[in-house]
Ligand binder design. Structure first.
Ligand SMILES: *[C@@H]1O[C@H](CO)[C@@H](O)[C@H](O)[C@H]1NC(C)=O
Ligand SMILES: *[C@@H]1O[C@H](CO)[C@@H](O)[C@H](O)[C@H]1NC(C)=O
Ligand SMILES: *[C@@H]1O[C@H](CO)[C@@H](O)[C@H](O)[C@H]1NC(C)=O
Ligand SMILES: *[C@@H]1O[C@H](CO)[C@@H](O)[C@H](O)[C@H]1NC(C)=O
Ligand SMILES: *[C@@H]1O[C@H](CO)[C@@H](O)[C@H](O)[C@H]1NC(C)=O
Length: 647
């Protein structure tokens, strides 16, 4: 009984390809391509007769699968997306960080609505996150009581959006400007409606020609300039969006908004996680129509040129190559979008001189700097390529004769820099992975709670011989997962804590041949069929271990239960080649299965655990799924050791 229910939970976590295919067929009665409506009209319901059961979400070839939609993912679902810098990921949900954890380098001061000065955008947002009230007014440091703060208003007649932006250098002399229609979209419209007390945000975002001051403005509102705002959707006020003064020539078109009115709902194309209704055609287009991003979280494809991350999240094209990673695997910032990088002010190049930095307010700059800073503190997943190779000749000579990681080839002597060998009373029977600081991960079945009988060998290639880069480190403590079950291999994971060097905080000497591998925090970071690599000194069918470290490529395989039935438990995963030509084997135990993201950063995706008859067709290897144990690893090793932007 118990194992059956656990099994179901696992099924929900990994959407099987077959389930999702089936669903596409079931929903064929929904028109596959609904006509694209004008920017913001509220449509009639797509097909009134379509929903057969009231709960079944409408879907098309973009939105879905249903298993994903049922989970009501939002922008706070950090197994699929990154949290902003003032939040961190705890058990799949972004949670507010205490403000003091915000980065403090490369930041600009911010005035609060309470006339208090904050050190950074992150700090004011962290404060706002905790109190659930808008705290930010504007970038600047002259925040005295007598100084005006940011204001926005919506003209009741035209829906035109107007903003008062205080001037920090000359606090009494702010500027009141209409918001430009350029870059105006539902994400921004939601923000201004929320700012004015409408929890569900906007119904439409539109524009209108702004001809004379009597048309929605007043005589003091400038016409030659307007404010371009670009919002992400998390903001609670336009003050928190990217704001840029924009110089007009000729006719002006300004942003308008209609805020959400529950009385006006006519049918629900897509029901957001926050219960707002948007049309089906507004989903999966990279714009946060819901206000909680739930319309962009479960997509089979993206509409209107939006970009799909492998986790199924659609991004606005502006998010590509903007210097901020949005897809968990970094694909949106990978080389293939390098051509898109930063074209400043293409519309008005001759005016660039006028657009001083005082006319542009970009929280993104600070986020970029903050992430760069976090990244510099935590270095993992990239091997040091400056390392010299040892014994190249020896590698080639052995390549012909040795095959151990079934189907594997010898690694170069300093290639797999996170691979360690676990020495148990002088013998090596298990591998492991170095995750930074004083910590190594291995399989629970490789260790006993007896630290003194173990030591860890770093940078070893030949199992029986140290090389010039080899470091042998004694073990201080061994933490076996509390629910490890030696009979079923459930929770087959253990942390090995190394002894510190005498009179030092570090456990290892500087060594260019040793690098840490990153620990994944989300089980969505890599998807089935991703090619990853395994390494070890394990045995093959002939029963002898390899003398040198071998490595091989394996594919992540969905649905291990189809090979192993109920023996396949949550926290386990499957990898290999179904024909059995590549597999891990006895003696590889505890060793790393490592996957590389689109930026070339390597993650410890699995730990070699068990399998039936290594290398036999239809019995792919079973690995402990590291991401499943992220919270446990973090608890023992601390935040800074294990994660990048979600910390
Ligand atoms: C949006 O604006 C256009 C042109 O200004 C207008 O024709 C259209 O009806 C507007 N749509 C809505 C929903 O207000
Ligand atoms: C326009 O500005 C003047 C002086 O700056 C001020 O006295 C007047 O009240 C303002 N008018 C409106 C409608 O805000
Ligand atoms: C790589 O090794 C060299 C030589 O020891 C060292 O100077 C450098 O900092 C290392 N780079 C990284 C990224 O660890
Ligand atoms: C994974 O690979 C298998 C076999 O090559 C293929 O049938 C399947 O469609 C692939 N799945 C995905 C999600 O690409
Ligand atoms: C694994 O795949 C990568 C990329 O396709 C390739 O460069 C590498 O040589 C492969 N490794 C092995 C051991 O086959």
């Amino acid at each position: 009984m118990r194992s059956a229910s656990l099994f179901l939970v696992f099924l929900l976590v990994i959407y099987s390809e077959t389930v999702c295919q089936k669903h596409v067929e079931q929903t064929q009665k929904v028109p596959t391509k609904p006509p694209d409506p004008p920017v913001s009209t509220t449509e009639a319901p797509t097909t009134p007769e379509a929903p057969t059961t009231p709960e079944a979400p409408a879907m098309d070839e973009f939105l879905g699968p249903a298993e994903c939609l049922e989970k009501k993912f939002t922008r706070g679902s950090c197994f699929l997306v990154f949290c902003p810098p003032w939040q961190r990921c705890i058990e799949g949900q972004c949670s507010c960080k205490p403000p003091y954890l915000c980065p403090s380098v490369d930041v600009a001061p911010v005035c609060g609505r309470n006339n208090r000065k904050y050190r950074s955008y992150c700090q004011v947002m962290a404060a706002s996150c905790l109190t659930e009230e808008t705290a930010m007014s504007h970038f600047g440091e002259n925040c005295g009581e007598e100084n005006p703060t940011f204001k926005s208003s919506i003209d009741s007649l035209t829906g035109g959006v107007k903003v008062f932006l205080p001037n920090d250098k000359n606090p009494q002399d702010g500027q009141e400007l209409m918001v430009c229609s350029e870059t105006w979209n539902m994400a921004a419209a939601n923000v201004v409606c929320k700012e004015h007390g409408n929890r569900l945000g906007a119904m439409t975002a539109n524009s209108t020609i702004y001809t004379s001051p009597t048309n929605g403005g007043d005589s003091n509102t400038s016409l030659e300039r307007c404010l371009k705002v670009r919002c992400q959707g998390y903001e609670t006020s336009l003050a928190e969006c990217e704001i840029q003064t924009f110089h007009r020539t000729g006719e002006s078109s300004i942003a308008t908004v209609t805020c959400h009115d529950p009385a006006e709902g006519n049918g629900c194309g897509f029901k957001c996680a926050n219960d707002k209704c948007v049309s089906l055609s507004q989903t999966c287009d990279g714009v946060d129509h819901c206000g909680d991003r739930s319309d962009e979280m479960c997509c089979k494809q993206c509409r209107d040129g939006a970009f799909r991350c492998k986790t199924g999240v659609c991004l606005h094209p502006d998010a590509l190559a903007d210097g901020l990673i949005d897809c968990l695997d970094g694909e949106d910032e990978s080389e293939k979008f390098a051509f898109k990088k930063e074209e400043p002010e293409p519309e008005f190049p001759h005016l660039r001189k006028l657009v001083s930095s005082k006319e542009r307010y970009s929280p993104k700059e600070e986020m970029r700097a903050g992430r760069a800073h976090l990244e510099s503190q935590l270095y993992c997943g990239i091997a040091n390529s400056t390392t010299v190779d040892i014994d190249e000749v020896d590698v080639r000579e052995r390549a012909a004769r040795v095959k151990r990681v079934v189907g594997g080839v010898p690694a170069k002597p300093t290639q797999i820099q996170w691979q360690i060998a676990l020495v148990d009373r002088g013998k090596i029977d298990c591998g492991g992975a170095y995750i930074g600081g004083c910590w190594v991960i291995t399989a629970a079945h490789c260790v006993r709670p007896n630290p003194s009988s173990f030591s860890v060998k770093f940078s070893i290639w030949k199992k029986t011989r140290s090389q010039s880069t080899t470091d042998i480190v004694p073990v201080k403590d061994i933490r076996i997962h509390p629910r490890y079950n030696a009979a079923t291999y459930e929770n087959d994971i253990a942390l090995v804590q190394l002894k510190k060097l005498p009179f030092m905080e570090e456990c290892l000497e500087e060594n260019p041949a040793i690098s840490a591998v990153c620990v994944p925090w989300s089980n969505q970071l890599f998807q089935p069929n991703h090619t990853c690599s395994i390494s070890g000194w394990g045995r093959t069918a002939d029963g002898r271990g390899s003398k040198v470290l071998l490595w091989a490529n394996v594919s992540l395989i969905d649905g291990g239960q189809s090979f192993y039935g109920p023996r396949f438990k949550p926290g386990m995963m499957c990898a290999g080649d179904l024909d059995g030509s590549v597999d891990s084997c006895h003696g590889d135990s505890g060793g790393p299965l490592v996957c590389e993201d689109d930026l070339g950063v390597s993650y410890l995706w699995g730990i070699v655990s068990w399998g039936d008859d290594c290398g036999k067709p239809g019995s792919p290897g079973i690995y402990t799924q590291t991401a499943h144990y992220f919270e446990w690893i973090r608890l023992h090793t601390g935040w800074s050791a294990v994660t990048k932007f979600n910390s």
